[in-house]
Design a protein around this ligand. Structure first.
Ligand code: HSE
Length: 302
């Protein structure tokens, strides 16, 4: 039996929605689990940043599959995992969420689907620590996720047809470092700043109101502390706005940037690339649609 899961990239935070808002994007990783007769584990990886992905038992897809196999006390004796990646690793585009969900969903399918999607999401949030990448990667579209002591609440938010520009500078920034850069406490004015903009952002994305987006995408909780960590990023934001972007944000914990614009996406990508080049950083650019499917599963040989 073989199961293939296709999982989209995600951009978390979107400016003010730190750790709670995320948008699925039209760039995907594919993960295939094949049950084989020969006992043991084989992991192969192709595509973007394949050399950065572990192919032993520390592989994140495999580790998340183990969560499901352990829960049901059932596992295939021989397993081949193949990852076909298009999402760069450590980019702020949710590549680790694709591994977490791919492992959980494929394993769940192989053992007869004992867990619902909502249960899989809870396991994924427990593995990731926050819902803003895994929830849109599972369901697609724009998602608000609240994870706390009262459990997990997921809100599917309407989002207009939009295209975004994503530019990823070749700069290494661990999510753990980007999180450690944040203060333990924030001021009431900064909290109000974000609390006022988050609902405006949701409205602006629902209606594709690019005029509102410029005000709505501002943030004081995480970006002011993270932007200085990435060479040229402050200038890149300014250049994107000057080239016609309506809203620019750090994608997830970075180092990629996401820009919303009604038109001129290529030109925005080019000016941002030029800024990073001035800081000796090559970069990669994508112009992406919003993904509305979320994670898709194809099984064969059942
Ligand atoms: N909300 C998370 C952060 C996304 O900004 O740290 C990265 O996983």
């Amino acid at each position: 039996m073989s199961v293939t899961v296709t999982i989209p990239a995600t951009s978390a935070n979107l400016g003010p929605g730190y750790d709670c808002l995320g948008l699925a994007l039209g760039l995907t990783n594919r993960i295939t689990f094949t049950e084989v007769a020969e006992p043991g584990l084989r992991i192969t990886v192709t595509g973007t940043d394949a050399h950065k992905v572990a192919t032993d038992e520390t592989n994140l897809v495999y580790q998340c599959a183990q969560i499901v196999f352990d829960e049901v006390e059932q596992r295939p004796s021989g397993l081949h995992i193949h990852q076909e990646n298009s999402i760069p690793v450590g980019s702020g585009l949710g590549s680790s969420s694709t591994a977490v969900l791919g492992g959980l969903l494929a394993a769940n399918e192989l053992v007869g689907r004992p867990f619902t999607r909502a249960e899989i999401l809870q396991m994924a949030v427990a593995a990731e620590g926050h819902p803003d990448n895994v929830a849109p990667a599972l369901y697609g579209g724009l998602i608000l996720g609240i994870a706390g002591s009262e459990g997990l609440h997921i809100e599917h938010l309407p989002v207009a047809e939009m295209r975004v520009v994503v530019v990823l500078p070749d700069f290494h920034l661990l999510t753990s470092e980007a999180r450690a850069a944040l203060p333990a406490k924030v001021t009431i004015p900064d909290a109000v700043f974000n609390a006022s903009r988050t609902p405006l952002l949701i409205r602006a994305l629902e209606t594709a109101d690019y005029g509102k987006l410029t005000l709505a995408i501002q943030d004081k909780l995480h970006q002011p502390y993270r932007i200085p960590l990435i060479p040229g990023l402050a200038e890149a934001f300014a250049a994107a706005y000057a080239a016609g972007a309506a809203g620019v944000a750090l994608s997830g914990a970075g180092p990629s940037l996401i820009a919303f614009a009604p038109s001129g996406h290529e030109a925005i990508g080019e000016v941002v690339t030029a800024v990073f080049a001035q800081h000796q950083l090559p970069s990669r650019t994508w112009i992406l649609e919003i993904d509305r499917h979320g994670s898709r599963i194809q099984a064969s040989g059942l």
